[in-house]
Structures are given as C-alpha cells and as structure tokens.
Ligand binder design. Sequence first.
Ligand SMILES: *Cc1c(COP(=O)(O)O)cnc(C)c1O
Length: 395
Amino acid sequence: MSRKVYLDNAATTRVKKEVIEEMNNYFDKFYGNPSSQLYELGRKSKEAVEKARRTIAEFLNADEKEIYFTAGGTEADNWALKGVAFANLNKGKNHIITSKIEHHAILNTCKYLEKFGVETTYLDVDKYGLVDLEQLKKAIKPETMLISIMFANNEIGTIQPIEEIGKIAKENKILFHVDGVQALGSVKIDVQKQNIDLLSMSAHKIGGPKGIGALYIRKGTRIDNFVHGGGQERGRRAGTEGVQNIVGFGKAVEIVKRDFDSYLERVTALRDRLIEGIQKNIPHVILNGHPTKRLANNVNFSYKYVEGESILLLLDMEGISASSGSACTSGSLDPSHVLLATGLDHGTAHGSIRFTLNEEITEEDIDYTIETMKKIIEKLRSMSPIKNDEDLKNS
Ligand SMILES: *Cc1c(COP(=O)(O)O)cnc(C)c1O
C-alpha cells in the first residue's frame, strides 16, 4: 500500500509552496541585516519584516506596533507568563488563573514561576473540555494578575468561550493571555472584540516554517522584556530577526486569510465524514472534545480495550500518520493530561488517537483511514486480554 496520509497537522504542517518561494528570496538575495538601515540590502530586509508584521496585525485587528516576533509558540507563551509575572510580583500581585488542559508551554512555565512566589489556580474542564465561567469568577482574587486560557485545545480541539472570558478579565482589570497557536487560521481572532491583551502564535501550525512565532502585546500592558540585548523588536526581544522565517510567517498568514472560508468549509466536511465514519464502523468508541465547539480539523476518539501506541504503529505501516493520547510528551507513557482532565480513566485515555486534517486531505484519504482503522481496531481487540476479561464479565 503506497498511499500516504498525513493526519497530524496539529503537530506541524507542510510548509506551503508559496511560502517557500517567498522565503527563498531572503537567504542569498535580500540577506541584509534589518538593523543596517544605511544601505539598501538592510532596508529591504527591514521592509520585509515590517510587511509581515502588518499582515499579522491586520489579521488579528491589532496595531502593527503590538506584534513581537518570537522563536515560536512556546517562547510566546513563556514571555507572556514570565513577563507579566516579573512585572507584577513586586506590585503585590502574584496569582495566575489557567486551566488544567493548557499546553505544556503554559503548565511548565507556571510551575517554574511558582518558585518565585507565583500562585496558580488550574481550572477544571467539563467532559467536553470547556472551562466553567462560574469557577473562573470564583477563582479571582485581589492578587490575580493574569488569566491564561488557550483559544482551542491542541489535543481535543475544544474551542473556549474566549470573548466571555475576556469580558470577565476586563471587568476585573486582570490581564488576559490567550494561547492562540491552534486557533490561528481556524477561528476568527479579534483581539479588540475578544478583549485579549496577549496572544501567542506559531507559524509552523499554519503552513509556515518552524522556529518562528509571535506574541501580540496590547499597548500599555505591564510586561517585562524577554530577551535582553540589542534594540530589535522595540527593545523587548533582542537578537537579529530571522528575516526569512518572519517573511514565511507573514506569507502563511496572508494565505490563511485569503483561503479562510474555503478552508473551513472543506476541512469541516472532511472532519465530519471521518467522525461519522468511525462512529458507524467501529463499536465502543468515545468522541473526545466538544461535538460542535471544536476545531475544523480535529478528530479525537478513544477506542475501548486497545492501546493507542499499538494503533499508531499499525497506522504507520499503512502509511497514516497520527498521534495518540500520550504522544505529546513522547517517551513518556503517562496518558494525556487533557484527556484525564475531561474525566477519562487511564485505560480509556491510553486508547486515544488524534487525527488532525488540512486542506490537502481528500475524501479518498478519509475513507481509506476509516477502513484502515476498522481493520486495526478489530485486529487489536481480537488479541486484547482486557476485551476478553470484559467478555467474561458480560457472559
Ligand atoms: C504547538 C503548540 C505550542 C507550541 O508552539 P511551538 O511553535 O511549537 O513552540 C503552544 N501551544 C499550543 C496550543 C500548540 O499547539
């Protein structure tokens, strides 16, 4: 079988052809340092960086002066949390509210900050992965400096009520950070309408290159600078700009903006075809995440009585790339903290597979995936001792 189906677009995406073409100009043609303003090569690089900044700002309804390039989503998350914490700790504020299902870039940064006296409240989620707004309101204290909630979850695809959370943050004069890495390009982000003060983004999840992202910082936000050195990024994040990466990021956003509606329509239909196909053809499955408030490209199921890692191995042999409920911290066999937070038991969480689609996927790919999954699950269940125990119990 020679079919190759890449269904792990939440992990990373193929860099789009148009993006590569644009980037190629900035390796050996326009290679100047954007800080070298006294000659044309330098000015060309600077212009390219600023054009990308404008494209991204417009897409978010932000001002271009509010976009700061970083080395990716992880760095943007680190900056938002550490920057706000270190700017506020000596002002009598030391409390952060986040959720149990955040990316490790958030959770491990909170853990680090706790060494400096930061206190963190980790909000629960319901079985669909939604945070409870009443619990959020109750968690707010006079010391609360930041609420950090992801726009959409990378594992189960659940989209949070960001506008409502933004309203609560604003009413209580608390900064609001949003990890928008998975939402960018799939959900309409408007930092004004949604009252977002800080937004993390990453290029490689939307057809751009790896190692480049950005943090939106609302004007007037009390936040420390992140990388100390030269005056790049308005003195807040020093280091010679990765011009070719920034150009690639800008181009990726430009394409996302241009194709937004057709992408959503196409990918949502494929997602629903895959969800329905699995539900119809494979018994004892649980759809993880919210049935409707979910990313257009996310399909995550738990398959009772089987191991996710075994499914992945067999999928790989059939040319399908996906990820399991524990692959995020690969090497570790702990089940996903996200699935556990939605109330799954360890065994069920271990039998979970995430498929994340993009616009390159065809209906034939989807049907092939459904058929292959049906075969694999039947095979694994026929060998599963757990299944046999269940059978015994039920007989
Ligand atoms: C991928 C991802 C990140 C990290 O972004 P990188 O650019 O890979 O560092 C952060 N948050 C979420 C939700 C992600 O999906």
